[in-house]
Design a protein around this ligand. Sequence first.
Ligand SMILES: [Mn+2]
Length: 319
Amino acid sequence: MLQSIAKELASGGDTLVLLHGNADPDALASAFAVQEAFPKVTIGVPGGLDRISKLLAKELSIETVEDLSKTRMDRLLILDTSGPEQLNGDFDLSKAIVVDHHTKNEKWAGAKIYYCDDGKSSCSEIVNELISTSGKEPSRDAALGLMFGMLTDTGYFKFARPQTLVTFSRLMERHGIQMDEVMGLVSVDVDISERVSQLKGAQRLKYWKVGDYLVAVSQGSAFEASVCKALLSLGADIAFVGSQRGEQFRVSARATQAMVRKGVHLGKLLGGVGSETTNGGGGHPGAAGLSGTGDVEAILNISVENAVKLLKKLGSSRD
Ligand SMILES: [Mn+2]
């Protein structure tokens, strides 16, 4: 199917690439590589770019268009987008070729072509294959972008599948690209106010030891999620960070992947705290949040209590 997609993209006419809202580096790099490899491609980002993608666009001089009202297009190529609701705007799906690597989604049934390879860790890998299929090779800049897409979509290879590493190393070899060039492509300086929040978080830190595990709690006024991550890097296995603004509170929680593998689900845990205290909360196993009206200290106490109980139930030794 990739062959027929490549053929169609090369067959003339204008292609408008569409990316999901707040497009990430994997999406942007995929679009850029398509633009370099095929004629008359515009990159449309009706829902904007995320912070890292903006830096990537600057680094590789990638031009994107947010206002699509004057954009010519004979076909749409939708990349890295798990469902139509992720696109900002209504588009004629009968003209759309959808290429994605998330879980297959029936909502794309109206698309002209739907190619979903959920065995790939990133869309960048599929686009690399698409370009190879058409007998071309991504340019050096496009290759750098695709490698950065693979790197970021796999959490710096933490969740990479074997084939990701094969594709990545082939691109390194072919373009003479060193690892540090990809890793340093975008330098993400953490803002001073965020770093101050992290240090304050460490200053106000309390922790509980449950067997071999550490649960850390702190309070601040901003960057709760970032402070959580800082506490994990200090050695906590689970971290809760809360802030109080008037009657309102906000709590972020993070756990290490090892905790998640052991069975910790912070989304469920905070969801439970939420219903106990009639506030809304939820999220993923390793990352969750809760906000509402109430006393943040009380909410943090309940959260820790539940985490400690859970750790005792799961067995509090590391093996
Ligand atoms: Mn992706």
